[in-house]
Design a protein around this ligand. Structure first.
Ligand code: HEM
Length: 212
């Protein structure tokens, strides 16, 4: 039963992750491509019932994952499954902060990060945000794709991705993530002064407030 719930909640959330990562990769083509697609996608995934369903699926998936680790401690793991777990641990550790940082601004202050918000983050603290976003995007891709190849057969759909395919796809995702980060970082084209953006101003105000 727990396995079915984990499969269903993971497969549902993976739909969001797929759209979200494709949107992120468009940053390599420039702000217009990234922001244009995001504003269309946002009208779907930030529609209140859809957003509540996605966040509930994420919460259920996390809780069930922890329950299975506790109740099945002696499970033998293949290398592929071990990487799935490492990626899951990384995502579990950072996902709350990610949502609060990039969605909290629009929930609480009506300020959307958009391309310039991410450009500001990587320009302000590059030593943190380049590796962080690279790992978030790559771990998210691996966990979602490998997770789908576990979940779909459990839900009665035949789908099995060979390990060679998983490796090639993950390397491709890592390369796309690198290109997107070069886009956000202003290496591929001019990104103006991201510190002038509303998201940057809000972030600086919050940091100043916390420092006082
Ligand atoms: C590294 C690449 C990523 C970047 C640059 C990124 C960036 C963003 C941004 C800017 C938003 C706000 C979107 C908006 O205002 O419409 C957002 C929201 C969100 N991201 Fe990410 N994200 C990344 C990877 C991920 C991954 C791998 C996951 C999940 C495993 C994830 C989960 C979420 C969730 C759940 C939200 C909130 C969606 C909502 O409630 O509207 N993100 N992200």
């Amino acid at each position: 039963m727990l396995k079915q719930i984990q499969a269903g909640s993971g497969a549902l959330f993976a739909v969001f992750v797929a759209l979200h990562l494709v949107n992120t990769w468009l940053a390599g083509l420039g702000p217009a491509a990234y922001d244009g697609v995001q504003s269309v996608l946002r009208s779907v995934y930030q529609f209140a019932p859809v957003e509540a369903l996605l966040l509930a699926a994420l919460a259920v998936h996390l809780v069930v994952g922890i329950m299975r680790i506790v109740t099945e401690p002696k499970r033998q793991l293949s290398t592929r499954a071990r990487w799935h777990r490492y990626a899951g641990f990384f995502l579990a550790l950072f996902i709350g902060g990610h949502i609060l940082a990039v969605r909290g601004s629009s929930w609480f202050y009506d300020v959307y990060p958009g391309f310039e918000g991410l450009a500001f983050s990587v320009a302000a603290v590059p030593a943190y945000f380049y590796p962080y976003y690279f790992l978030l995007g790559t771990a998210g891709f691996y966990h979602a794709l490998n997770g789908l190849s576990i979940a779909l057969p459990r839900l009665g759909l035949s789908f099995r991705l060979p390990t060679s395919g998983l490796k090639v796809a993950t390397l491709g995702a890592a390369a796309l993530m690198t290109v997107s980060l070069l886009g956000f970082g202003g290496v591929l084209f001019d990104v103006g002064n991201p510190a002038d953006s509303p998201f940057a101003k809000l972030a600086l105000e919050i940091v100043d407030g916390l420092a006082e």
